[in-house]
Structures are given as C-alpha cells and as structure tokens.
Design a protein around this ligand. Structure first.
Ligand SMILES: [Zn+2]
Length: 569
C-alpha cells in the first residue's frame, strides 16, 4: 500500500515536471510558442476588419496569431518551424461548395474529354485510351459537350468508329446525358421499340432508331450494366482525388452526391491519417421525399460523423435537368423547341412538403434548380419551409441557378438563400455554352449566371465546381468569375459583363462564402486567430497579375489543420 503511494507520488512528480517543461516550451518570452510560423508573406485574410498581414503563427492545428511579422515572430520558439514565403500570396484554403467527390475521383482514371471541341479531337482521345487499355471490358469516359457534335447531339456512329468491339459509355460533362456505342445499346436491349423511362429520353433519328444519345434517367439503362467498382477500387480512387484537391488548394468540399454512400471509406482513410480535405456530406433524397428508413440512415450517419473533418449535414434534392439538353424546367418554352419547357422532377406540392419536413428538423436543403421555373418553385418551397421551421438561419442553397427570372433575384437576399454557383459553368467558350444560349434565346440569355445581381440583392454566394462536371481546380473558375471571358480572353469585354464579380468577392465566395454555406464560418473561411489553420501559398499574387492569368496560378503549399498536405515549393 505504502509502496504504491510512493510510486504514485513518483509518477505525479514526473507528470508535474513534464507539464512544467511543456508549459515552458509552449512559451517564448511570455508568448505561446508556435509550431509553425509562415513569414515574409502577403497574407490576404478575407477578414474585412484587417484584410492584409505579413505572417501567420500556427499551433495545434489552429491559427495562433496573424499580423505584422514582428508581432507574429514573438511566438517563435526554438522548436518552431519557420517557413519563408518569399513575399508570395497566402490565402485561406479554398472551399468547394458543390462536388461529387467519388465520381470525380473515379474519373481521374477514365478518358478525359474535357475541353474537346470537335469529333476528331474526341475520337483521338478515345483511340489513344483504347490502345493503352486493350483489356478493359468497358470503355468509359467523360467530359464531352453538345456543341462538339453535328446538331449539338452525339451519335453512336462516331463512337463505333473508334470502339467497335466493346461496350463504350461516355458521360457528358454536365453529367446529365450519355453517349453510347452500338455494343452498349445492344447489351442494354435498347431498340426502336424501347420506351423512354420516366424523366429520361432515348434520342432517336427520323426512322425511330436510337442514336446513342441518352438523356437524364435514360443513361441508367446503360450505366446500370457497368460493373460497380469494389470498395478497394473506390478507396484507391478517393485517395487519388484527395491528392488532387490538396494539389489545387481545396481544403473543404460540400459533397452533394455519392459521398454519403462512401462515408465509411472516408472514415477509414481518416483513421489511417490520410484525410487531407474536410468533408461536409449531404444525403440525397428523390421524389416523393424522405421515408422513415432515410431518416434512420441520416440520423445514424450524423451520430457517427459530425466533426471538423467529416460531418453529415443537410439534404440534397434535384428539381430539374439542364438547359443545354432542354431538360431544365423553364417558365416559357425553349427558343429552339417551342413545345418544350423541360420538366420538373417533382410534383410541386410533394417538393414543398419535403422541404418543409426537412427544414422543420432544422436541416439545410440544397436543391439542384437550373431553369427559371425550377428556381421559382424552390424559392417558394424555401419561403414556406422557413416559415414552418420558424428558423431564419437554415441557409438553404440553390445549386446552379443558371437562369433566374428577374423578379426572383431579390428573393435570395430576402430569404437568406445561398446562390451556390460554379463560375466555370459560365465559361463563354462557344463549344461549352453554345447550346445553352441557343436554347434560351436572346432575352433569357441576358440573365445568365447572374452572380452579381444575387449579391447586390443581398444574397450570399458560395462558389464551387460540381466536379466532375468541370475540374475541381478553383483557379480557372476564379478567372471566369472576374472576366466573364473564356480562357483565351474572349469575347472582348466579357459575356454579359454586368454579371462579373470583383476578385475579392470571388475569393470570398470560394472561402468564407463556402464556410458560411456549410455552417463552418466560425472556424474556417478566413485567416483569423483561433480558426483552423487551413492555408494555401500560391505562385502569384492574383490581386496584381493580369486577370487573364489567374487560371495559371499554382498552389505551392497546402496546409490543412496545421499540417502540410501538399508541397510544391
Ligand atoms: Zn452536382
């Protein structure tokens, strides 16, 4: 007994000495010691009270101090690591408010058709992949856009020419359509007698023969036949995706489809210490709204995952298609097809009821709404949902909001609805946006991607990519947001330049705007003492360079939670 007491005392003394030593080493001249100090930087803080600084000190994953170098360096102790930024720009890490992380990651291993402008170019990339991968049972790719093809729609014959022997499926960049070859059509049993599925369309030629273009839900007639990746394959994909986001300076993503099903894999990577991007994950709900089993799945996931790395938060819904293929829900008919207004994917009353039920639980809704009719119904539902919930701070989001009716623009500000936009989707390159412009016609074109109007109306912006629709890199998006020009600088003066935002507004939408949209603004989104140390050091000062060069920005250093996760210095 005595011996035991003595021994305990000895342990107490050891602990006391250790605590004293820790306290001493944590102080330097009476100041808390930093683990890392980044100095000689141009720090753009995104804190309006103090937008610029020279140095940042980090301790235990958070920002200890930010300010003038001489003040911050007072936190330097013998063990502090000091990073000389060489006068370069330091920004808060970027937050992407709309991704599909798992499919984005998987796509990194498929044929990349992004940016292709002609059938020849598309066939060239497919041919090269097929030659390098002779064994794959399916040939898969992604990233084509409608204007690359005659009549703005792909045809199976172009795919048969390069992949005659195996089924092939190429997803459109927008994720809403597929282009398949004859082998894939035969395998799926799609012929002239096959009926269109609900919310989908099998495009046919004048003789009723399927052409190989499958719109909306018709894509799943073929995609359902493609073997699912194994969990090990998905893990490998996600790890590749994490390297990509770290490399590009993205420190948090809002997962709006596919991540909920991958939570356990993300958690496995986290437990192994490999999670380098933070995740806010929504649960996807289709018409007619969440059932009891969905709520059970949500509550279980939320109970498990609710911290600063991996948090389940909110519900994703989808109300219409896309304007480019004529499936976005419009108030008036399409200019190019006078009998078509697109279609809502939900009955309006069922949609409103679902929003009210979700909001009443205090949960945020993110709805994909692109056409002006879908946007209006979403705003109506959010207005009623807020009233029912009695909570004005739900931060409901509208995803894409590509063509908002003029009278609905001020409702974003009034209802506290977040405009979740992807600036690169407004890239005015004709091969990308041509079909969009043709379909809405000249009058509705004027209100295309009206970021600035939403902002001026008191609305908040959150920028992102919708990866894999476009690259998860925020840098070309940032350039388009401030220029409204394609990456070659066209058209001169910008496409509808009244919708440009300033660079500080755009950076805000990629940082604080995202943090706010994901309920993380107290902890993230700006460089302020006490916030998480999520920082990026970049190759050029985007506030000084020609705005047409912003897309060339390289991320030299990505720090998440005080840890370097990418270093290209
Ligand atoms: Zn999406």
């Amino acid at each position: 007994m005595r011996g035991m007491i003595k021994k305990n005392r000895a342990i107490d003394n050891v602990l006391l000495v250790a605590a004293l030593l820790a306290a001493l080493s944590a102080c330097s001249g009476g100041r808390t010691a930093a683990e890392t100090i980044i100095t000689n930087a141009k720090v753009y803080t995104v804190n309006p009270a103090r937008p610029w600084a020279e140095a940042v000190a980090i301790r235990e994953g958070r920002i200890l101090a930010v300010g003038a170098a001489k003040d911050v360096l007072r936190h330097k102790a013998s063990q502090s690591r000091v990073i000389d930024a060489g006068g370069r720009l330091l920004l808060p890490g970027f937050e992407d408010s709309h991704v599909h992380f798992v499919s984005g990651s998987a796509n990194l291993g498929m044929i990349d058709l992004a940016g292709t402008k002609t059938v020849e170019e598309i066939q060239g990339r497919i041919r090269a992949f097929v030659q390098e991968n002779p064994g794959s049972a399916w040939v898969q790719g992604r990233g084509w856009m409608y204007p690359a093809f005659p009549g703005h729609m792909p045809h199976k014959k172009f795919l048969d020419e390069v992949v005659p022997d195996r089924p092939a499926c190429m997803r459109c960049a927008d994720g809403h359509s597929s282009w398949v070859n004859s082998r894939a059509l035969a395998l799926a049993g799609i012929g002239r007698d096959t009926k269109d599925p609900e919310n989908g369309k099998i495009v046919r030629d004048g003789k009723g023969e399927p052409t190989g273009a499958l719109l909306e839900s018709a894509s799943s007639l073929v995609s359902a036949l493609i073997p699912e990746p194994t969990p090990e394959e998905t893990l490998a994909d996600i790890r590749r995706g994490l390297r990509e986001t770290a490399r590009l300076g993205v420190v948090r993503v809002h997962g709006l489809g596919g991540e909920f099903e991958a939570l356990d894999l993300l958690d496995r990577i986290r437990r192994e210490g490999g999670l380098t991007t933070r995740f806010t994950v929504t649960m996807w709900v289709d018409s007619p709204g969440p059932a009891d089993k969905d709520w059970k799945a949500y509550e279980d996931a939320r109970t498990k995952f609710h911290d600063e790395w991996l948090a389940v938060d909110g519900i994703k819904m989808m109300l219409d298609g896309v304007i480019d293929s004529g499936t976005g829900a419009m108030l008036d008919p399409y200019e190019s097809e006078r009998e078509n207004r697109g279609k809502l994917f939900w009955e309006p009353e069922a949609f409103k009821k679902a929003v009210a039920e979700i909001n009443a639980k205090g949960l945020q809704v993110s709805t994909h709404s692109i056409g002006d009719a879908a946007i209006r119904l979403t705003l109506d539902a959010y207005e009623e949902g807020l009233r029912a919930a009695g909570n004005p701070d739900l931060r409901n989001k509208i995803e894409h909001a590509e063509d908002i009716a003029a009278e609905d623009i001020p409702r974003f500000g009034r209802l506290g609805v977040i405009g979740s936009f992807q600036p690169l989707h407004a890239n005015p390159e004709p091969g990308w946006i041509g079909a969009w412009i043709k379909n809405v016609g000249p009058e509705r074109e004027q209100r295309a991607f009206a970021w600035k109007a939403v902002l001026d109306g008191g609305g908040r912006l959150a920028f992102g990519s919708d990866w894999p629709v476009v690259t998860v890199s925020p840098w070309p998006g940032l350039q388009v947001a401030v220029t409204r020009q394609d990456l070659e600088g066209l058209p001169a003066g910008g496409w509808l330049p009244q919708h440009k935002v300033s660079l500080s507004e755009a950076v805000h939408a990629y940082t604080m705007g995202g943090a706010y949209a994901m309920h993380r603004e107290k902890d993230e989104g700006s460089i302020e003492a006490g916030k998480l140390a999520d920082l990026i050091l970049v190759s050029q000062n985007i506030f000084e360079v020609d705005p047409h060069k912003i897309a060339e920005t390289k991320v030299l250093l990505t720090i998440v939670g005080g840890k370097v996760v990418h270093d290209a210095r």
